[in-house]
Design a protein around this ligand. Structure first.
Ligand code: AKG
Ligand code: FE2
Length: 189
């Protein structure tokens, strides 16, 4: 477990560096924004349910992370993402991770990356297990769109927010689609 979490930490750091490069952010900016980051893990266990077409395992949401690295432990279908308004199944591939973009990356990238709305469905006869490793921010400090991505032509689309307030606000509301990120949007006219 210790090895898994530390390897995944390296993987997420490497991915965030590449994402920063792709966004043409200043090289150190992502490292400074993320600091030591905050890694948390959730193991999801969805028992089988005969009425699988009438119940939900995990309600639609986006993760409060920069990125989430998801492992479908026993390769059972169930993860769905919302694409163009429709729910699309994500087929588990053996020995492959699924990377989800979360709210924090959406805000830091000033909306260039979109957090992905997803949900967990249950299987009629098989138990489903998934292992989610979340990469968020340490509780001190604040974050907002990366300064190097903001200009007169490309103004900030999101407000800056204290990390603690961000998490506090999140946990005081119901898990509900992507609505939370919208509360940080700056109205453009
Ligand atoms: O079970 C899954 O595949 C998704 C889990 C998930 O979205 C989460 O833990 O945030
Ligand atoms: Fe999730």
């Amino acid at each position: 477990m210790e090895r898994y979490t530390s390897e995944l930490n390296n993987l997420s750091t490497g991915m965030l560096e590449k994402i920063a490069e792709g966004l043409h952010m200043k090289a150190e900016e992502m490292t400074e924004l993320v600091g030591e980051g905050r890694q948390t893990i959730r193991i999801n266990c969805y028992p089988p349910c005969e009425l699988s077409d009438q119940v939900m395992g995990l309600t639609p949401h986006s993760d409060p992370t920069l990125i989430t690295i998801l492992l479908q432990l026993n390769d059972i279908d169930g993860l769905e993402i919302r694409k163009d308004g429709k729910w699309v199944q994500v087929q588990p591939l053996p020995n492959a991770f699924i990377i989800n973009v979360g709210y924090i990356l959406e805000i830091i990238s000033n909306g260039r990356y979109h957090s992905i709305e997803h949900r967990g469905m249950v299987h009629p006869v098989k138990e489903r297990l998934s292992f989610a490793t979340f990469f968020g921010l340490g509780l001190d400090g604040e974050f907002g769109p990366a300064p190097s991505l903001i200009s007169e032509q490309s103004p900030a689309k999101f407000m800056r927010v204290k990390v603690q307030e961000f998490y506090k606000g999140l946990f005081s509301r119901r898990l509900q689609g992507k609505a939370y990120v919208d509360t940080f949007k700056i109205q453009q006219d």
